[in-house]
Design a protein around this ligand. Structure first.
Ligand code: ATP
Ligand code: MG
Length: 601
């Protein structure tokens, strides 16, 4: 491609709308253009990058025996009602764009494709002989994200590879899951990324496993906890650890104390001169189940610990049957407005005790009349602890479970693991943190969708069995941008060779110099012919501008037909290192070929 003929516009200034380096660079270098919130055009250079990433993904998927297909993006609401996700996706989370057609039929734009694929399997797979099978597609997904940001990182329209596998049993699923873990590692390694596979939350589905593939970068929205020995890595939502030990309580006898202005643990501990590990704090949540029932949840947890809301959500989902539901629509800390809907009088916030009376709640058909009381494991073994008194401005000290307060019958692990905690596999290892960008997620689904949608096959004994399923997603457009987030310098993007839009760019310093043009044209034809994807900067611009642009767009090798021509050579500059060497014209092709081959290994 000749730059003189390409739609090629670079910006000198950082665009105001962009916060992180990769977003700024992709805009400045003319790879993407913002069309609306979370909506981007992929311009010709970007599209080449995306095609390369897709091709790597495709090759790795095909190598596992998965089959490529293309599923509809317009999805009938009825399919989502069958799986029970229509209301959650269009209302509770509101992530799905929903619309009504001219016949008043409701449709959604696909944020993911479990429903569509399960319907296909239900229709087409009759017998265990057709299993296992694995279909995947590479396609634009639509999600009405709450906070679209960082360009392609969190778009409302983005490219994803999603795959779904069907099995007769867990063992077969696990094998495909392992193959996918390998395929995903291969994809990321080949794309030139530094990444870590981490344990992830598999949600209330309870499936036996889920891993995320995190590209390590400061701008990442996710936090990863890991140990130096390489034996443990998990995302923050899922991470488990051994908390620090509690200090022995100085309060030997039970007493109520006036503790004015101590709504926070920090103020309380300062006032009482005690450690937060001697405090039981009681955190109030409000859960709304899909049955429409609201439940007030009181979590008692050690004062130095925080509640991990994902873990809490999972625990509460297990209790859904008690409230005639299947899932939870909302889980929030109720603010004053929310409390008005069910509180009989104002709650002593900051001073709540584990036994706060149920008569704070106006019970009704929609609101469960009793607090659901949970205790986190960190609070179970505490003795002589400090906690609220249910009266503003007062706490109690020297309290014990079984004496002053009944121990909640449900003990759970809902604490947030944090940096510095000891690791479970080896308490000598402490957890470290890093930031990451989630680019892939693999998931053992089990029978959640097949059971909900009645998707079955006939087993060897002639019985109807629900499919055991797995699903595997990788964000193609997010992956491409995260490569930039990991690889740039003050001059611009440094693409890994494997996904660079072009391998090389030939810059003609002076287009009115006939010899410069002639050599450049010759090399341009020759390199492209031999498979080295090459751009020709034949614009009528100053050499400095051309070099700056070449650096900004991040093409791995720049060839300059300049001064060294009189020695029969051209200058070749490696983008990543700015290292320059003079290479005889007739050796450029073979040299570059070799460099590219080495880089792609
Ligand atoms: P996140 O927690 O970042 O919202 P997710 O858990 O919703 O991600 P999945 O549903 O597992 O993501 O989708 C699979 C992959 O698709 C993700 O690993 C990510 O790479 C990509 N992805 C998800 N949402 C977006 C988005 N809004 N923009 C770009 N890529 C996305
Ligand atoms: Mg998401």
């Amino acid at each position: 491609m000749r730059l003189s003929q390409m739609l090629f516009v670079t910006l000198r200034e950082d665009p105001a709308e962009a916060e992180i380096p990769s977003h700024k660079l992709l805009l400045r270098a003319g790879y993407i253009r913002r069309i609306g919130s979370g909506i981007y055009a992929y311009l010709p250079l970007m599209w080449r990058v995306l095609k390369k990433v897709s091709q790597i993904v495709r090759e790795e998927m095909d190598a596992t025996g998965a089959q490529e297909c293309l599923l509809p993006q317009l999805q009938p609401a009825d399919l989502w009602r069958e799986s029970g996700r229509w209301d959650t996706y269009t209302q509770a989370e509101g992530i799905m764009f929903a619309l009504t057609d001219r016949r008043d039929t409701e449709l959604g734009l696909g944020p993911t494709h479990e429903e569509v694929i399960t319907t296909i399997a239900k229709d087409m797979i009759r017998s265990y002989r057709q299993l296992p099978t694995h279909l995947y597609q590479i396609q634009t997904k639509f999600r009405d994200e709450i906070r679209p940001r960082f360009g392609l990182m969190r778009g409302r329209e983005f490219i994803m590879k999603d795959g779904y596998s069907f099995h007769t049993n867990e063992e077969s699923l696990k094998k495909t899951y392992q193959d996918m873990a390998q395929a995903y590692s291969n994809m990321l390694r080949r794309s030139g990324l530094q990444f870590r596979a981490v344990d992830a939350d598999s949600g209330a589905i309870g499936g036996s496993g889920s891993q995320e593939f995190m590209v390590l970068a400061e701008a990442g929205e996710d936090e990863v906890l890991y140990t130096e020995d390489g034996q443990y890595a998990a995302n923050l939502e899922k991470a488990v650890s051994i908390p620090t030990d509690a200090e022995t309580s100085p309060f030997a006898s039970f007493e109520k104390r006036e503790t004015p202005g101590t709504e926070t643990i920090e103020k309380l501990c300062k006032f009482l001169k005690c450690s937060p590990t001697q405090v039981v704090k009681n955190v109030l949540y409000q859960a709304v189940y899909d049955s429409g029932i609201t439940v007030l949840v009181l979590v008692s947890i050690r004062g130095d610990q925080d509640v991990n809301q994902v873990k809490l959500l999972n625990e509460l989902t297990k209790l859904a049957v008690n409230y005639q539901g299947k899932t939870i629509l909302f889980l929030t800390v109720p603010d004053a407005e929310a409390q008005q809907k069910w509180a009989t009088k104002s709650l002593p916030l900051g001073y709540i005790a584990p036994d706060v009376a149920d008569d704070y709640i106006v019970g009704s058909k929609e609101v469960n009349s009793k607090f659901l009381r949970l205790v986190d494991r960190t609070a179970v073994d505490l003795t002589n602890f400090v906690t609220g008194s249910n009266e503003s401005g007062y706490h109690v000290v020297g309290a014990n479970w079984g004496k002053e307060f009944p121990l909640p019958s449900l003990a759970v692990d809902v604490r947030k693991a944090k940096k510095g905690d000891r690791a479970i596999h080896n308490p000598e290892q402490t957890l470290q943190t890093a930031r990451g960008i989630e680019v892939g997620h693999i998931f053992q689904l089990g029978t959640k969708y097949s059971e909900a949608m009645g998707a079955t096959y006939t087993n060897e004994q002639g019985e109807e069995m629900p499919f055991v399923m797995g699903c595997y997603g990788v964000g193609v457009s997010r992956l491409a941008q995260s490569a930039v987030e990991q690889s740039y310098d003050k001059d611009g993007i440094i693409w890994p060779v494997a996904i660079a839009p072009y391998h090389a760019i030939i810059s003609i310093p002076n287009i009115s110099d006939a010899q410069q043009v002639e050599v450049a044209e010759k090399l341009y034809a020759e390199l492209n012919q031999s498979g080295i994807e090459t751009l020709l900067d034949d614009r009528d611009e100053r050499a400095g501008v051309k070099f700056k642009d070449a650096d900004l767009i991040g093409i791995p090798y720049r060839i300059v037909t300049g001064r060294s021509l009189k020695l029969g050579k051209v200058e070749v500059v490696e983008r990543a290192t700015h290292k320059s060497q003079e290479i005889p014209i007739d050796e450029v092709n073979s040299t570059l070929k070799q460099w590219i081959e080495t880089a792609l290994k």
